[in-house]
Every structure is written in C-alpha cells, then in structure tokens.
Design a protein around this ligand. Structure first.
Ligand SMILES: [Zn+2]
Length: 388
C-alpha cells in the first residue's frame, strides 16, 4: 500500500487559546491581514479583543470583512485586489477567522494573490477554469475556525461557488494548506443551534465518507474512528445545550480530525451531491451533506459492510454479524439526523423535482470520485427521486 499524509505545520488546539494568535502571527512578520466572517464575534467584542492583542505584539492589522455566504468567484477576486493594493510579501500574514466560508475565501485569495498567471480565481478552478495551477507559495495563512464543521482549516483546497453558470468547484494545491491552524472551541459557543447542527453533520459526513472512501488509508482511517467516537454522541448534546464545554471541545476536535481525514482520503456520494445542491438550490453545505448521508450509506452498504460494521462497533458490540452491525449503523445515522433536525426529504430543503436531472450532472466532481461504489447517472437519479 502506498500513501502520503499531508497536514499543516502547526496545529494549536485548546479552549481560550485565541489569546496566543498575536504571538503566532508575529513569527511571520509585522503586518497582518485579518479576514473575519463572524458578525456575532464582532458584536460580542471578541474581534476587538484580538486586534488589541495584535497591537500589543507590534502587529499592524488591516481588516477585511467576509460576506456571510459561501464564497463566490467575485468575492475572491475582490479580496485578491484588496490584498494586491497593499503589495503583500512573505513578511505579511493573513489570519482567517470564521466558518468554512471565510476560511475558504481567505485561502483562495491568499493563493491567487501570489499566482498572477491567472486573472481570476476561475482560471484555477477544477473542471471549469483554464486549468492553471498554484505554483507559488500563497501568502502566509493562519486559519481560525469558529464552527465545528468543514475542517477546511487543514485541507489543501478552497471551494468556490458560482450561480450563473451554476457550479461549486475547488482550487487545490498542496501549497494551500494553512501554515498554522488555531482551534479554540470556545469560539463556537455562540453558534446558533441550526449552524451547530448542520456544521456538525458536515464533520460527521466527512469522517464517514473518508473512512469508506476508495482512497481510504490507515492514518486518516484512524483519525476518522476517533472523530466519530467523539462526534456522534456529542452532536445531539451540543445542539440541545450549546454552552457545554466538554461537547464543544469534542465537536471541535472531531471537525479538525474530519478535515485531516478528508484531505488525505477524499469523500463520496453525499459530498458529490451536496456540491450540486449548493450551486443549483443554494442549500447550505452541512445541511446538504446531512440530507444525503443516509442514502449514500444505503447505496454503499453492499461494498463497505465491514467498514460500516466497524463504525457501529464503536458504540454497540452486540450484533451477531457484520451485516447486522452495518445496517444498525445506517439506522443510527438516520436517528441522529432526526434528532438534530435534518429533514429527510429533498423537497423539504427547497429542491424542485424538475431540478433532479441537473443535480445528477452537477454531482460529478472530486468528491464523487472517492465514492467506493460506482454510481451511474441513472442510479443517481433514482436515488434522488426516491428521496424527493
Ligand atoms: Zn463537507
């Protein structure tokens, strides 16, 4: 077996450790571009506190606000322009603080800003652009996630959306893995219930899909097992009570593990369709993954019975065969979705029946290629029709 394992140089994890950000940033230089996406953290004074800390470390901070939506082509191009106006060098550092959308926006802009062979981020997007590659190191980037979901703080791609034409595609390069990642679970305490539920389901979907992916490998699989053991009990608990430190820490840890796992193993059918649900029906990423997860598991059951049985045994060892354990795991996920408020039907998340064929063709991307069982267009359409 051959495999590579990529991860950021430094991961700083712990409750309240955002206070160390200034010191971490000062190692790179003295000018800091702060890209923040959380209005809540702004309102409760967390951002102002951070900026005061940066001042004390002798850093000159310039602020950039990320829109509260999944990043679009124009958003990235605009931020690149803002960066370029300031003649950035490798003595500058970008700090991205927010959910997956903010981090993806900053990751993409930090990469395009130093790779001037293209005129827009589109030129670098897989499958839709000019096929240009990121060949120069991006601006130094410190990623600080405030949701427990996408894991994009540790991955090598940034997902960018477009609605006309509709696509959701990545730019990808090993060089794009953030230099430093700081995960402070306390930052997630102010998340609304719904965001907690959807981003948490995204992390769980990533852990499961990477575990059963056709590119699965031992290190990411070990990470996925630890992540699922934490997340499956913690998510319903933290949706009920968002202030629980223990459960917030568990979800932050699980999300981080999910990012490391997916970055090295790939994903599957649920993420494949989630990209299309995002670009064609504007369904938020975590919700889209969660709605698709039970159907994806049922479809893959016949080729990944042993693996799904192993996941069930993390919680219950009483079943007499792998077949029974694997089925019990699928039921466990269906129940989890119900408990955290994920609707089971596509029509309940704003999908029109006439959109199903476009969803099928929009699902063919990098994620789908990791799915352990080949799925034809006809089979995928049938799955979506049954779920509608
Ligand atoms: Zn995801």
């Amino acid at each position: 077996m051959n495999y590579d394992f990529l991860s950021p140089t430094q991961i700083v994890f712990g409750w309240g450790r955002r206070s160390e950000l200034g010191k971490l940033a000062a190692k790179f230089g003295s000018r800091l571009f702060l890209v923040s996406g959380s209005r809540t953290l702004e309102r409760i004074g967390v951002i102002a506190q951070l900026v005061a800390g940066f001042d004390q470390c002798g850093l000159k901070t310039e602020r950039f606000e990320a829109a509260s939506r999944e990043p679009e082509v124009a958003d990235v191009d605009l931020l690149v322009e803002e960066f370029l106006k300031r003649d950035p060098t490798d003595r500058d550092v970008v700090i991205a603080i927010g959910g997956g959308s903010t981090i993806d926006l900053a990751k993409a802009a930090a990469a395009v800003a130093t790779n001037r062979q293209g005129s827009s981020v589109v030129d670098f997007l897989e499958g839709v652009g000019r096929g240009l590659q990121i060949t120069h190191a991006p601006l130094n980037l410190i990623a600080v996630p405030t949701t427990s979901g996408t894991g994009t703080e540790v991955t090598k791609n940034a997902v960018i959306s477009s609605y006309q034409p509709a696509f959701k595609k990545s730019l990808r390069s090993d060089l794009m893995i953030p230099r430093v990642v700081l995960v402070d679970p306390e930052l997630s305490v102010s998340l609304p219930h719904e965001t907690t539920a959807y981003t948490g389901m995204d992390a769980i979907t990533q852990l499961i899909e990477s575990y059963i992916s056709r590119r699965a490998a031992p290190i990411p699989q070990a990470l996925a097992l630890s992540g699922l053991k934490l997340a499956i009990p913690a998510l319903p608990a933290v949706v009920r009570d968002g202030t629980s430190r223990e459960n917030r820490e568990a979800m932050s840890q699980a999300a981080l593990l999910s990012g490391l796992a997916l970055a090295n193993s790939g994903l599957g059918l649920a993420h494949g369709v989630a990209a299309a649900l995002g670009s064609h029906c504007r369904v938020p990423h975590g919700l889209a993954c969660a709605v698709m997860l039970p159907a994806a598991l049922r479809f893959n059951l016949s080729v990944r019975e042993t693996e799904l049985a192993a996941l069930e045994r993390l919680f219950d060892n009483s079943h007499s065969s792998d077949a029974e354990s694997a089925k019990a795991f699928v039921s466990r996920i269906v129940e989890l979705c119900r408990e955290v408020g994920v609707p089971p039907r596509l029509r309940e998340i704003g999908v029109g029946i006439e959109q199903l064929p476009a969803l099928v063709s929009g699902s063919r991307g990098n994620s789908m290629s990791g799915n352990p069982r080949d799925v034809s267009d006809h089979e995928l359409l049938e799955i979506l029709q049954q779920m509608w």
